[in-house]
Write a protein that binds this ligand. Structure first.
Ligand SMILES: [Zn+2]
Ligand SMILES: [Zn+2]
Length: 361
């Protein structure tokens, strides 16, 4: 389902420049006192967000020596996750007898929920890469609730700490602990003490001050129950006579499981498989397959190198439906102040600390 839209956006390789902020300041790196130190101390002069620095990588933090603490399983989450995935697998067997309208609803729901994560929780609220007017923020908070991946405040706190202390125990889905842990395992065990300690110290004042985000947090559970589970189960059954079984297993379980796994691939596959042309110090990688299923979030080495870029990619509409969406919102006057890193800055960094996988001209 994402595949179709991603392929569609692939055909729209047109550059959009209307009204965004292009950062043209050349990069300066840390003190020239040895290559290693220079590589690890980018000063990010191209970041022009005055309100947020908590998603910038902090190389000074290292894991403490010694064995990792014992895993504490969260059995409620394990049981629910197993049941959900079993329900989704059963839903797959029902696809041949599923009505077309139900399938269309699944696609619609997945794209909207996906945008609630990518354009909402991620690029707007976690990284502040652009600004959005109230109607767009209302849409995004609703879409985000459809996705049910924790409320925006909690999602952003986990995500900022993931960027700041990437690939350490303070990273909630530390990919050094393997594919399964970074994909879903981190949701099935208690958080590592370092995540709690470092996450608790992050400055989240911008989100605490945003009434809409706090409103969603307050009413999150009943809102999720209604918009992510009850509504998509009842709509196909009531409006076009779909069987209750098809509605529940396809429009709800299979649909929700698909969005979850597509999003999780950004934390797992895009941290383990792919090249690192922009910064070889990061675990995050460029993975076009992840971009295909995640509305453009697989250009992950770039994104960790420049977390303030609204496109989360060197490019704009190239396999990136989220950027296409934000640009459409900008054309309508609902999004503005989109931050984009200049080509010169990108090329300079690629040349300096990239893995050399892409030849820059
Ligand atoms: Zn991010
Ligand atoms: Zn990442």
């Amino acid at each position: 389902m994402y595949l179709f839209l991603a392929l569609h956006s692939l055909s729209l390789k047109i550059s959009s420049n209307c009204g965004s902020t292009t950062i043209i300041e050349p990069p300066r790196w840390g003190q020239q006192s040895g290559e290693e130190k220079v590589d690890k101390m980018p000063l990010h002069p191209e970041d022009i967000r005055p309100e947020l620095k908590e998603d910038i990588y902090d190389p000074s933090y290292q894991d403490e020596e010694g064995p990792p603490p014992k895993l504490q399983y969260v059995w409620r989450n394990i049981i629910l996750m197993v049941l959900l995935h079993l329900g989704a697998l059963y839903g797959i067997t029902l696809i041949p007898s599923c009505k077309v309208y139900t399938w269309l609803l699944v696609i619609f729901y997945n794209v909207v929920a996906g945008l609630g994560i990518t354009a909402g929780a991620h690029r707007l609220w976690s990284h502040r890469t652009y600004k959005a007017r109230l109607p767009l923020r209302l849409f995004l908070i609703l879409a985000n609730t459809m996705a049910f991946q924790n409320d925006v405040y909690e999602w952003a706190r986990d995500h900022r700490v993931h960027h700041k202390f990437s690939e350490t125990h303070a990273d909630p889905h530390n990919s050094r602990r393997g594919f399964f842990f970074s994909h879903v395992g981190w949701l099935l065990v208690r958080k590592h003490p370092a995540v709690k300690e470092k996450g608790g110290k992050l400055d989240m004042s911008d989100l605490k001050a945003e009434k809409l985000v706090m409103f969603q947090r307050r009413y999150y559970k009943p809102a999720v129950l209604f918009i992510c589970f009850i509504l998509p189960t009842l709509v196909p059954w009531y409006f076009w006579g779909e069987t209750f079984q098809h509605s529940l297993y396809i429009a709800t379980f299979l649909r929700y499981t698909a969005v979850l796994n597509f999003s999780w691939l950004v934390n797992s596959a895009a941290h383990l498989y792919g090249y690192r042309p922009y910064d070889r110090n990061f675990g995050a990688r460029e993975n076009i397959l992840v971009s295909l299923v995640s509305l453009g979030e697989g250009f992950h080495n770039y994104h960790h190198a420049f977390p303030y870029d609204y496109s989360a990619s060197e490019y704009r509409w190239h396999v990136n439906f989220t950027t296409f969406f934000i640009d459409c919102m900008a054309a309508l006057g609902l999004a503005y102040d989109r931050k984009k890193v200049s080509k010169a800055t990108v090329l300079a960094r690629m040349k300096r600390i990239g893995d050399g996988s892409r030849k820059s001209s």
